[in-house]
Design a protein around this ligand. Structure first.
Ligand code: ARG
Length: 576
């Protein structure tokens, strides 16, 4: 498809005097308006004539120069219709050449994108905000990688908080809690118990406070009462156990990070970071605390300066994020640094960016908060476990997989590998549901709805893919294409060919806008087009040349669905 767009651009440039980069070629919504269109508004302005007149003149000038493309002026547009044989050969040819790489490119060669996603807090279960961050961030990580960028996924673990003191003391008193076998639930039990104890037991609260002082470096271990000197070791052990639990979940979801750098990783850089901000002359001392006032830059931040150090010497979440940001800039000189974090942290990222601006860091616009809405239960209530407690991500995964198992048992009891496919379908449903709408919108998690095999769901896309895979399996058992394709007979499949040709552009746009939903919506629309076509056409039981052409179309569509699903983090099983 890109090949046709480029040719049109070149010819339009020659005849209009516009630079090729200025020439925007669109895909019309109405198929009767052709396959591609060039709006003549800007051209008309430079030529000082009405757009329809400019369109007619341009169409006449270029008609003879675009072999295989019909050119027609329609109102203010010049419309282009690509010859069906040329279209089929070009689109299906490049899919078969590039295979699993079709849709990718080298646009990002030499550029680094840093992505901060998932970033749960050690010692606590991932909350629903982390779930969305994990899914959206990992999808963007794959998409940027596919486009040739060096994508660096960082897990900015919350391993520095005040949650440790209580956990460390609780760990000693509650040896009955098994942390090895089930770290996530074990730590949750300890965490909840420690919160109760801190509120009700003074001795416990005092010990927790000392432990906290030790692990956050305020109190040297040697200065702590004898009984508390092992806290650093216990903290490290809790970190390992907790991270282990997160890793199990990541494996199930197919999530990877390139670097795990918790907040504590940046501790050695905190002092230098504060000095650097002071040296820029933008800090003030207010009530003993060190702050950066931001009101002069951003009226909305007048009452919320960025706090770098409290009067007791403690640094803050923002201090550690600034240290991380400088560190990342120096290490990667990123083209973009994306923070995939929920909208409730809007203020925090606005502050970080404002501090950079006050310091005169010209790379500040490269830092972006990729925010997103909430994940809610049916009826738009907060998602909670059955007992109304904190929801553990693994339990949610177990729940959808169990439901997928029931559905598969009903629809396809003879399926081989049922267990594996239930996992792929259940998790695919959850992931797709999270990605299918603009990320800023809230997501409603309704088990029955997201698992439906029809509608706007992951299983619908997976199922369409499996139908195509089944046609290909049968064809390959019978020896493959077996004849030369008659491309001209794909006329009625033009909407599919055009959609397949648009795929690379959709991937690029999803990256540019940090919006995986563009890809998800594209896949849904492609599946609808395919489903309609499949109702009206046979593939295998046709005469050889037509069969071969349709088989190649099915191959192309299967590859695009598989590539698209893989980028989103949804498996594409061949049977389900
Ligand atoms: N741990 C944080 C939380 O749970 C999220 C961290 C996001 N990343 C960052 N660099 N601030 O809210």
């Amino acid at each position: 498809m890109q090949e046709f767009v480029e040719r049109i651009r070149r010819v339009v440039a020659q005849h209009s005097g516009l630079a090729p980069a200025e020439i925007k070629i669109e895909s019309p919504r109405e198929s009767t308006h052709g396959d591609l269109a060039f709006p003549c508004f800007q051209l008309a302005k430079t030529q000082r004539q009405p757009p329809p007149a400019a369109a007619v003149k341009l169409a006449q000038a270029i008609a003879g120069e675009l072999a295989g493309i019909a050119v027609v002026a329609a109102g203010p547009y010049v419309n282009f219709r690509i010859d069906r044989t040329a279209l089929a050969q070009s689109v299906l040819g490049s899919i078969s050449r590039r295979g699993a790489r079709y849709g990718g490119s080298e646009e990002g060669a030499g550029q680094t994108i840093v992505l901060d996603y998932s970033s749960p807090n050690i010692g606590k279960p991932m909350h629903v905000g982390h779930i969305r961050s994990t899914i959206i961030g990992a999808a963007l990580h794959r998409i940027f990688g596919f486009l040739g960028y060096r994508a660096v996924g960082i897990n900015h673990l919350g391993d520095f908080g005040s949650q440790f003191g209580g956990l460390i003391v609780a760990r000693e008193l509650r040896r009955d809690v098994d942390l090895e076998r089930d770290p996530v639930h074990g730590l949750l039990t300890l965490y909840q118990w420690s919160k109760e104890q801190i509120a009700t037991d003074q001795e416990f609260a005092k010990n927790a406070a000392i432990s906290n002082a030790v692990v956050s470096g305020v109190l040297l271990p040697a200065a702590a009462p004898l009984a508390r000197r092992h806290d650093l070791e216990t903290q490290a052990w809790i970190r390992t156990v907790s991270l282990d639990g997160f890793m199990r979940t990541y494996r199930r979801l197919g999530i990877e990070h390139d670097l795990i750098r918790g907040e504590s990783y940046y501790e050695p850089f905190l002092k230098g970071t504060i000095e650097r901000i002071e040296a820029a002359g933008v800090t003030e001392v207010s009530d003993g605390a060190l702050v950066v006032q931001l009101g002069s830059l951003d009226k909305g931040l007048e009452k919320t300066p960025c706090l770098l150090r409290q009067s007791n010497g403690m640094t803050l979440y923002a201090t550690r994020d600034l240290a991380a940001l400088f560190h990342r800039w120096e290490e990667f000189h990123f083209a973009r640094c994306l923070y995939v974090v929920g909208s409730e942290q809007k203020l925090h990222f606005r502050q970080l960016k404002a501090v950079l601006r006050r310091m005169g860091c010209d790379w500040e616009p490269k830092v972006e908060h990729v925010d997103f809405g909430l994940l809610l239960g049916p009826g738009r209530v907060k998602l909670a476990s059955r007992k109304g407690e904190v929801l553990v991500l693994d339990d949610l995964l177990d729940e959808v997989v169990a439901e997928a198992r029931t559905i598969i048992e009903e629809k396809n009891p003879a399926l081989a590998n049922k267990e594996r496919i239930a996992e792929q379908v259940g998790i695919g449903a959850l992931v797709f549901n999270d990605l299918k709408r603009e990320r800023i919108k809230d997501v409603v998690f309704d088990k029955a709805e997201i698992l439906a095999f029809e509608g706007e769901t992951g299983p619908y896309v997976q199922y369409t893919h499996a139908r195509l895979a089944s046609i290909l399996r049968k064809a390959d058992e019978a020896g493959g294409e077996g004849a030369a394709p008659d491309w001209a007979r794909l006329e009625d499949a033009a909407p599919i060919l055009l959609a397949l040709g648009r795929f690379p552009g959709v991937v690029a746009s999803a990256a540019a806008n940090s919006e995986p939903s563009e890809l998800a919506q594209y896949l849904l629309a492609l599946c609808r087009t395919l489903s309609t076509w499949l109702v009206e056409h046979r593939v295998l039981a046709e005469e050889p040349e037509l069969r071969a052409a349709r088989l190649l179309l099915v191959r192309g569509a299967e590859a695009v669905l598989a590539n698209g699903l893989t980028l989103l983090g949804v498996a594409a099983p061949a049977e389900m």
